[in-house]
Design a protein around this ligand. Structure first.
Ligand code: DGY
Length: 336
């Protein structure tokens, strides 16, 4: 804990749990935003004047323009695992530490990928909408026929820690797992991931009965899944995206769902969210959720603690656990 005079200023740019504010207030003088307004970039710059650090989410774009305008800033800490909103090269150039909050959300996000996969394959939300609309008159043999998950082949695009957690859950469904990743995983990780088999991107799309996307967003991953990839998939397949908007070309996906080139999709993330493509709303064969894959109370709290701990480490002269840009240390004014 620091004494009042030596406490630096911190902007908590989005609403957060009160216990996190209490924890941070032992180390920082806080400017908070419990009304949870997303600050336009000019206002964010203005609020960051005189601030040592910022605790933020993916909504805060940290680029050279912002960094040049905020010379006192030393650390930006997102409570998300994804950090595509941070220009890491610009942070390093400015000597600003950038941290994220990995690991603590792996299992919760994997649970949710399965929720979307099961809902899409077994047409849960589509049939519920129909029931709520008062259309159910009798049981019938072909009412909302879906696809089985058990015994099928699960494809995973991006076999990081969340992808591996998705794979482990498939053991109970007696599924075969195939995956594609930038590089092949070691045999012990493949074994622990339901004997996952590394395949080419093309084979992944062609052979998977169902596909879960868990790759982090980067400019290279933009539209990694477009019309060409969707055309390779089986017409009975479901696609799930719990990664980031922009990895899937949403216009191409809408066309594939409309034309029944694939059976269904479960989507937690979208291009330009929260203003996603309105045509999704016209489709019955898609399950839509508002970026909540990590949203269990326990996990969101753990993410916030992790982000707070990274800030506290920096202000206490320790290396933050989740430092993304060690190059920043060369220029940083902090003596870690
Ligand atoms: C993450 O942690 O990246 C989740 O998508 C929440 O933003």
């Amino acid at each position: 804990m620091l004494n009042a005079q030596s406490k630096p200023n911190l902007l908590v740019a989005r609403a957060i749990f009160p216990e996190i504010l209490e924890k941070l207030s032992d180390y920082f003088v806080l400017e908070t935003n419990q009304e949870d307004r997303i600050f336009p970039s000019q206002e964010l710059v203005q609020r960051l004047q005189g601030k040592f650090g910022m605790l933020c989410t993916s909504s805060a774009k940290v680029n050279s323009e912002l960094l040049n305008a905020c010379p006192e800033l030393r650390i930006v800490s997102t409570l998300a695992v994804g950090y595509d909103n941070f220009d890491l090269a610009a942070c390093s150039e400015a000597g600003v530490l950038a941290t994220n909050a990995p690991d603590v959300l792996n299992e919760t996000t994997a649970d949710f990928a399965w929720a979307l996969l099961m809902a899409a394959a077994r047409r849960v939300t589509e049939s519920e909408h129909w029931l709520r609309a008062g259309k159910w008159e009798k049981w019938s043999i072909d009412c909302f026929l879906g696809a089985d998950l058990h015994g099928s082949t699960l494809g995973i695009l991006g076999m990081g820690r969340i992808g591996q957690a998705v794979a482990r859950r498939s053991i109970g469904f007696g599924m075969k797992v195939i995956y594609h990743n930038r590089s092949r995983l070691g045999p012990e990780i493949e074994d622990a991931s339901n004997n996952a088999e590394y395949v080419s991107k093309q084979d992944l799309f062609a052979q998977a009965d169902h596909l879960v996307i868990v790759v982090p967003y980067s400019p290279e991953a933009h539209h990694l899944v477009g019309a060409g990839e969707l055309a390779m998939m089986k017409p009975s397949a479901c696609l799930v995206n719990v990664a980031r908007g922009g990895i899937v070309d949403d216009v191409a996906l809408i066309a594939a769902l409309k034309e029944k080139k694939i059976a269904a999709a479960g989507l937690d993330v979208f291009e330009n969210e929260p203003r996603f493509h309105p045509d999704f709303l016209e489709l019955e064969n898609v399950v839509l959720t508002p970026h909540i894959a990590s949203a269990s109370r326990k996990t969101r709290l753990a993410m916030a603690h992790r982000a707070a701990d990274n800030l506290i480490a920096a202000v206490s002269g320790r290396m933050p656990l989740d430092l993304l840009n060690s190059a920043s240390l060369r220029k940083s004014a902090l003596s870690l």
